[in-house]
Ligand binder design. Structure first.
Ligand SMILES: Nc1ncnc2c1ncn2[C@@H]1O[C@H](COP(=O)(O)OP(=O)(O)OP(=O)(O)O)[C@@H](O)[C@H]1O
Ligand code: SF4
Ligand SMILES: [Mg+2]
Length: 334
């Protein structure tokens, strides 16, 4: 059988944290892939496990307290979880870039912007200091930092939040990674800057490079993504092409997410009520479907059993009993 290798292929990933209160099940048996050139959105409420999933890929979740209990993270065919830390460092930045929510995570307060960009460039490319400086300066201009020549000499704190964010994007993109992970890259910015930053990311991304974009904003997903992954309570509850998710959401949670945002494209700007109730605690998930106490369609079985993944098309699947008229053999969860 001929297998076409995906850029990223995650299988049955389970990540937990040891805490004083007990074991936190942050990511539960998660499987998905990202192909070359795709932009995949990862959505879900706070605490769903989005960041832990994404940051597990470049192995940036501190361990301890975290532990990958199970699973594989294959990147270009190699399991990152089995890689030694030296090889992993080589992949970070060069092949897998990360844009964090907070520029402070990625930028050093002690070094000038230009030197940080040059260092990032020279870590992975054989350039003289002079060449790297010129390239870095052109990237600052690319990300629309005014007076890039002068700004190469400033420290991050001398820039506005929006500019710091752009420097971080330049740092991540300058190395032309094959996979870019962006975890709520614009949450800290005001709305007009957010749009600019997304345009930048889209324009600067190499055509065949992929992006995993975490956001709680379905409007951003609509603008940016090809496919969507929906997480609820540490599990993947739905996955599909953008049009499938927006036009035919299959999981009641996805329906709720879509209803809780202002109508897309309608321009009403009216915020509809968010999903009632609260996400259960990752310290002690209830039996059955984890959405059952908030689901408007829940019935007896939902409290007792976990729904399996149901394929609705080649590209669309979701886990809900409403989608299976009768119990079929298959995988547990998505
Ligand atoms: N360092 C940690 N120690 C203990 N638990 C953690 C730690 N980091 C994350 N968690 C837990 O793991 C679960 C998943 O967290 P995660 O940060 O991935 O959520 P998220 O979907 O990114 O949420 P948000 O939208 O708020 O960023 C949560 O229950 C969280 O409390
Ligand atoms: S399995 Fe039941 S509780 Fe869960 S989403 Fe479907 S109907 Fe709702
Ligand atoms: Mg997060």
């Amino acid at each position: 059988m001929i297998m076409t290798e995906k850029l990223l292929d995650i299988k049955n990933l389970t990540v937990t944290f040891k805490t004083d209160d007990g074991r936190v099940l942050a990511v539960d048996d998660l499987s998905f892939s990202v192909d070359y050139g795709e932009t995949v959105g990862l959505v879900g409420e706070s605490g769903a496990g989005k960041s832990v999933t994404a940051m597990s890929i470049p192995r940036l979740v501190p361990s301890p307290p975290s532990q990958v209990e199970h699973g594989e993270i294959r990147f270009k065919g190699r399991d990152l979880l089995k890689m030694n830390i030296r090889d992993m460092r080589k992949i970070r930045g060069k092949e897998i870039g990360v844009i964090f929510q907070d520029p402070g995570t990625a930028l050093s307060p002690l070094h000038r912007v230009g030197n940080q960009l040059v260092e990032a460039l020279r870590m992975h490319r054989n350039l003289s200091f002079k060449e790297a400086w010129a390239t870095a300066e052109s990237w600052l201009a690319n990300v629309k930092i005014p007076d890039a020549k002068e700004r190469m000499f400033v420290y991050p704190h001398q820039l506005s939040g929006g500019m710091q964010q752009r420097v971080m994007i330049a740092m991540a993109l300058i190395q032309e990674p094959d996979l870019m992970i962006a975890d709520e890259p614009t949450t800290a910015l005001d709305v007009t800057i957010q749009a600019q930053v997304f345009n930048l990311i889209r324009d600067m991304k190499k055509n065949d490079s992929a992006m995993l974009l975490i956001t709680h904003d379905m409007g951003v997903v609509w603008e940016m993504c090809d496919r969507v992954l929906v997480m609820y309570a540490s599990q993947l509850v739905e996955e599909g092409l953008k049009d499938e998710i927006f036009s035919h959401p299959a999981h009641p949670y996805t329906e709720g997410l879509l209803k809780s945002i202002p109508s897309l494209g309608a321009g009403t700007g009216k915020r509809l009520p968010s999903i009632r109730g609260q996400v259960p605690s990752a310290l002690d998930y209830p039996k059955g479907c984890r959405f059952n106490d908030r689901c408007p369609h829940a019935f007896d079985r939902c409290e007792k059993e976990s729904p399996e993944s149901v394929h609705l098309s080649k590209t669309h699947r979701a886990s809900c009993f409403l989608l299976v008229p009768e119990q079929k053999e298959g995988t547990h969860g998505l």
